[in-house]
Design a protein around this ligand. Structure first.
Ligand SMILES: Nc1ncnc2c1ncn2[C@@H]1O[C@H](COP(=O)(O)OP(=O)(O)OP(=O)(O)O)[C@@H](O)[C@H]1O
Length: 626
C-alpha cells in the first residue's frame, strides 16, 4: 500500500554565536497550536509553523510534527523513531533523511554534538548520553529489541559518503578509491556483519577521520559530504529489511559562507546534488513519468527510499533567526513537496541463513584475508574470493581489461537498470491508474443507482401527474375550464420553458396528456336520453346515489316549473323566450324546492335544450349551449 513520506521539522535553538546576534535579530519561527508530544502522533493532527520576516512577511506551513527549540534528543528519537525498530524487525525498509541549510542541526540530530564520542572518537560510546543523536539510539534500541524478542538476526553494516558526487567507503581504513555502482542504485561498498550496538558505533567512530568535514563561515564542523549509514537486517522469523539513515550535507549560499577554493568546489557539488534531489522530489510530487534519479550519485542511491519499497521519514532542520528566512523558507518548501511523495513499503521475506562463521574480532584493525580462485575469462585475468567477514563474493579483473569495452558494458548495464526502474515506476503508475479506474467504476455504479432512484421517483411523479390530470377531468367536464387550468400550469412553467421547449409544444403535450388520461365521461350520472324533441330522460347509472337536481341559469333562478312529478319522472318546463341559446345549469338551490327523486325521471326541457352535464364535485348539472 502506498503512503506519503512523513515530514518533521526540527528547529535548532540559537547557538552561542547567534545568541549575541539575537539581541539585534528577531527569531523568525513560531510554532502555532503545537500539542504535547503524547498527542502529536494522532493521525489527523498537523501542527502549524509560522515563518515570518518583519511585520508583513509571513508564511504558514503544516507538517506531521514540529520539534521546537527545546525538544530534547530523547524526545526527537521517540517521535521520529516511533515503531522504527518494530518495522525493521518485521521486514519493512525504513529511511530517515535529514535535510536543511548548513548549520541547521542535521548532524546534531543524527549523531549528536561534535563532542559526541562517535564524532570526536573520544570518550565512551558504549552508552547513550543526553545529547546522543538518533543513530546511536537506533543501534542500541535495535540490538536491545532483538535480545528482548529472543530472535536471531543477521545484521550487516555499510557506511559510505558521497563527496563531490563520488561514493567512498567509510568502512575502510583510509579513504580508498571511489566506488563503482554495481547496479543503478547500489555501489560496491564494504559490508560488515555486526553483532552489537557497540560494534557498530566503534566502526562508525573509526570512520570519523575519513568523513569530509571542514570549517566554514557558518559552521565550524560543516559536513562536506552526504553520509549514508545502512543496516541490512535479516531475522530468524524470515524477515529482511534495510534501515537507512542519511545525513545530507547542507545547502549553502556561497556569499554567506564566503567559501573559496576547495570549499567553494565542495559547496558547488553539494548544491548541485541537492538540486538533483529537489528535481526528483518535484517530479515525484507531481507524478511525472520520468524521475531523474540518474543525474547524481545521491539520487541513484536514494531512489528506492524516495519512491520504492520503503517507509521514509524526512527531518527538515531550520535555523531560528530571521537572517535565515530565505533558507528556512526554501527548506520548508522542499519539505512540503516531500509530503506529496508516496512510497510503497511492503513486508520483505527471505530464507534466513544461520550464522555459521566464527565470531570475528573487530576490536583491532580490520585485516582481510582473501582466499580465492585465479583464472582467465575472455582473455582477462581475474581473481574471485569471498570476504571472510561478511561473506560477500568479490571479483577483481586484471587491469588490462579493455576500458572501452568495460565502459560500454557498464553503460548497457546501467541502461538496463534504468529501464528496470522506469518499468517499476510504470507498473506503479499502472497500479494507480487501475485503482483510479476502479474508483471511476464505483462512481459510475453510484450514478447508475442514482438514475434508477430518479427513474422510480419519476414514475411516482408520473403517477401523481396522472392522478392530478384525472382529478382535473373529474373536477370539471367543461373544456374551457380544463383549458384554463392547463394554461395556468403552463404559465407557472414560463421560466422553465425558456430553457425547455416552446410553449406550444408544452401545451400540445399537456392537451394530449389530458386526452390520454381522459376518463369516459363521468357525468351525468344520469345518462341523458332525448326521448322527444324537448324532453330529456335521466337514467341513474349503476351504483349511483340519489341525486338532487335544481335548475339555475347563470345567476338567476331558472323559472322552470315542474310539469309533472311522480315516482319515476320529473318534467320541467322552461320559458323558451327567456332562455333560448343560453346555458342552463341545474343546481342545488333552495329557491327551487325539488325533493330528491328516484331515477329514471323525465325532465321536460326546451326543444333545443342541448347538453346536460352533471358535475360530481359541485354537484351541479351544467347545460351547455350547442
Ligand atoms: N538541538 C541543538 N541543540 C544545541 N545545539 C545544536 C542543536 N542543533 C544543532 N546545534 C549546534 O549547531 C551547530 C550546527 O549544527 P550541525 O553541525 O549539526 O549542522 P548541520 O546542519 O549538520 O550543518 P552542515 O550542513 O554544515 O554540516 C553545531 O554547533 C551544533 O552543535
Amino acid at each position: 500500500m502506498s503512503e506519503s513520506i512523513k515530514v518533521f521539522v526540527k528547529i535548532r535553538p540559537p547557538i552561542p554565536d547567534e545568541n549575541k546576534q539575537s539581541e539585534i535579530q528577531k527569531l523568525s519561527i513560531q510554532v502555532l497550536d503545537n500539542k504535547q508530544f503524547e498527542q502529536q502522533n494522532q493521525e489527523d493532527y498537523m501542527p502549524i509553523l509560522r515563518l515570518s520576516r518583519g511585520l508583513y512577511e509571513q508564511k504558514d506551513y503544516s507538517f506531521d510534527n514540529i520539534l521546537g527549540q527545546n525538544t530534547t534528543q530523547d524526545q526527537v528519537f521517540n517521535v521520529v523513531c516511533n515503531n522504527l525498530i518494530d518495522d525493521a524487525l518485521s521486514g519493512i525498509n525504513r529511511t530517515i533523511l535529514t535535510y536543511g541549510q548548513t548549520s541547521s542541526g542535521k548532524t546534531y540530530t543524527l549523531f549528536g554534538p561534535s563532542s559526541e564520542p562517535i564524532l570526536s572518537g573520544r570518550g565512551d560510546f558504549s552508552q547513550i548520553n543526553k545529547t546522543s543523536g538518533l543513530l546511536p539510539r537506533v543501534c542500541y534500541s535495535l540490538f536491545q529489541q532483538i535480545q528482548q524478542q529472543n530472535i536471531q538476526a543477521k545484521i550487516v553494516l555499510s557506511y559510505v559518503q558521497i563527496y563531490k558526487d563520488d561514493v567512498y567507503d567509510l568502512l575502510t581504513q583510509k579513504m580508498g578509491p571511489k566506488l563503482q555502482f554495481q547496479n543503478m542504485q547500489t555501489p560496491t561498498m564494504t559490508k560488515i556483519s555486526v553483532t552489537s550496538a557497540q560494534q557498530v558505533l566503534q566502526l562508525i567512530t573509526q570512520a570519523v577521520q575519513q568523513r569530509q568535514v571542514a570549517a566554514t563561515q557558518m559552521n565550524a564542523q560543516s559536513s562536506r559530504s552526504h553520509v549514508i549509514f545502512q543496516l541490512h537486517i535479516s531475522t530468524s522469523n524470515n524477515y529482511q529489511s534495510l534501515l537507512t539513515l542519511v545525513d545530507l550535507a547542507g545547502s549553502e549560499r556561497v556569499n554567506r559562507t564566503l567559501s573559496s577554493g576547495e570549499r567553494l568546489e565542495e559547496a558547488k557539488k553539494i548544491n548541485q546534488s541537492l538540486s538533483c534531489l529537489g528535481k526528483c522530489i518535484s517530479a515525484l510530487s507531481t507524478h511525472q513519468k520520468h524521475i531523474p534519479y540518474r543525474d547524481c550519485a545521491l539520487t541513484k542511491i536514494l531512489a528506492e527510499s524516495l519512491s520504492g519499497n520503503c517507509r521514509t521519514f524526512l527531518i527538515a532542520t531550520v535555523c531560528p533567526l530571521e537572517s535565515n528566512f530565505d533558507e528556512s523558507n526554501s527548506t520548508l518548501q522542499f519539505a512540503q513537496r516531500c509530503q506529496k511523495v508516496t512510497t510503497k513499503p511492503k513486508i520483505n521475506e527471505h530464507m534466513f541463513e544461520q550464522l555459521n562463521k566464527q565470531q570475528i574480532d573487530y576490536n583491532t584493525d580490520i585485516q582481510m584475508t582473501l582466499k580465492g580462485e585465479f583464472g582467465v575469462e575472455n582473455n582477462v585475468g581475474f581473481v574471485k574470493c569471498q570476504c571472510p567477514r561478511c561473506g560477500v563474493n568479490l571479483v577483481a579483473f586484471d587491469q588490462d581489461i579493455d576500458e572501452q569495452e568495460y565502459y560500454q558494458q557498464t553503460q548497457i548495464y546501467d541502461q538496463n537498470q534504468d529501464n528496470e526502474l522506469n518499468y517499476q515506476h510504470f507498473t506503479q503508475n499502472l497500479d494507480e491508474n487501475q485503482s483510479n479506474q476502479s474508483n471511476s467504476q464505483e462512481i459510475i455504479q453510484n450514478l447508475q443507482n442514482e438514475v434508477i432512484t430518479l427513474q422510480q421517483q419519476n414514475q411516482n411523479l408520473q403517477k401523481m401527474l396522472d392522478q392530478f390530470l384525472n382529478g382535473i377531468n373529474t373536477m370539471t367536464r367543461c373544456p374551457d375550464t380544463r383549458r384554463l387550468i392547463l394554461q395556468n400550469i403552463n404559465s407557472e412553467d414560463t421560466t422553465q420553458q425558456q430553457f425547455d421547449q416552446p410553449n406550444t409544444t408544452r401545451s400540445i403535450l399537456r392537451e394530449s396528456e389530458l386526452t390520454k388520461y381522459e376518463l369516459p365521461p363521468p357525468a351525468p350520472r344520469y345518462t341523458q336520453n332525448h326521448t322527444s324533441q324537448n324532453q330529456v330522460q335521466f337514467q341513474q347509472n349503476e351504483n349511483d346515489d340519489q341525486l338532487e337536481i335544481f335548475a339555475k341559469k347563470q345567476n338567476k333562478n331558472l323559472k322552470s316549473q315542474i310539469i309533472e312529478e311522480d315516482e319515476e319522472t320529473v318534467q320541467l318546463s322552461i320559458n323558451p323566450n327567456q332562455y333560448t341559446n343560453k346555458p342552463i345549469t341545474l343546481i342545488s338551490s333552495n329557491e327551487l324546492t325539488y325533493k330528491q327523486f328516484q331515477p329514471p325521471k323525465l325532465i321536460q326541457l326546451k326543444k333545443n335544450y342541448p347538453q346536460v352535464v352533471y358535475d360530481k364535485r359541485t354537484k351541479t348539472v351544467e347545460v351547455d349551449e350547442q
